[in-house]
Design a protein around this ligand. Structure first.
Ligand SMILES: C[S@@+](CC[C@H](N)C(=O)[O-])C[C@H]1O[C@@H](n2cnc3c(N)ncnc32)[C@H](O)[C@@H]1O
Length: 214
């Protein structure tokens, strides 16, 4: 059993062997919901933050649309990949290594914040802090885009993971060892965000949840 691998170790390993010079970028499309969010909630040139940006598929799209893009992720390998990716495509953006529940940005700095397929990869306590931090760095009244994966994305999860006290799974077997995954129900997501803060709550065909909120 390899359960001493931390979530950060897991994510570092996901990005460490990929090279923007040889990477197949056709595999790296932005999240389908991002265009709608930009059209409806952002204006030209806005400053935006991609929280837990991973390999930068969403940051890439945002930069191509002309926004002033910042990205943070705790995996150094992901941040390095994003920086090289932006150089390769001649895009402008700022990437910082950091944890998403302690954002190293001033208050009221961003006109839009997105956190895609990531807030369900931390514990619920951490997710609450992430939302607090996103709200702190967001200009009051502006919108947040969040996605949560399908709650039953991995039917066999119980055989592969241990369950932490708050119900978050931590993988201890298989290819995701170290990764955290909290399978929220729709009701739990509403509780986490606060129903009164939710502008829209949609389900993709694959069953992921797409939330625009304050
Ligand atoms: C499934 S990937 C999603 C990446 C990107 N948002 C996307 O949509 O392609 C989850 C990302 O969350 C990052 N992550 C997980 N926990 C984190 C934390 N506590 N602080 C910062 N980043 C974190 C991982 O390093 C990884 O890049």
């Amino acid at each position: 059993m390899k359960n001493n691998i931390s979530p950060q170790d897991y994510w570092e390993s996901r990005f460490k062997d990929i090279d923007p010079e040889t990477y197949d970028f056709s595999e790296s499309k932005p999240a389908a919901t991002l265009a709608h969010f930009c059209d409806k909630y952002l204006k030209e040139g806005d400053t935006v933050l991609d929280v837990a940006c991973g390999g930068g598929r969403n940051a890439h799209y945002l930069a191509q649309r002309g926004y002033t893009v910042y990205g943070i992720d705790f995996a150094k390998s992901a941040i390095e990949f994003c920086k090289k990716r932006f150089v390769r495509f001649n895009l402008s953006g700022t990437f910082k290594q950091g944890t998403m529940d302690n954002l190293a940005f001033p208050n009221d700095f961003f006109a839009g914040v997105m956190c895609m397929a990531a807030i369900d990869h931390v514990t619920t306590d951490c997710a609450r802090r992430v939302l607090g931090e996103i709200r702190r760095v967001l200009v009051p009244g502006k919108a947040i885009l969040l996605t949560f994966d399908h709650p039953k994305q991995d039917e066999d999860i119980i055989h592969l993971a241990e369950v932490l006290v708050d119900g978050t799974f931590k993988y201890i077997h298989g290819e995701y060892v170290g990764m955290l995954f909290r399978r929220y129900t729709d009701e739990e997501i509403e509780l986490l965000i606060g129903k009164q803060n939710i502008i829209s709550f949609d389900h993709t065909e694959e069953g992921a949840r797409v939330i625009i909120c304050k």
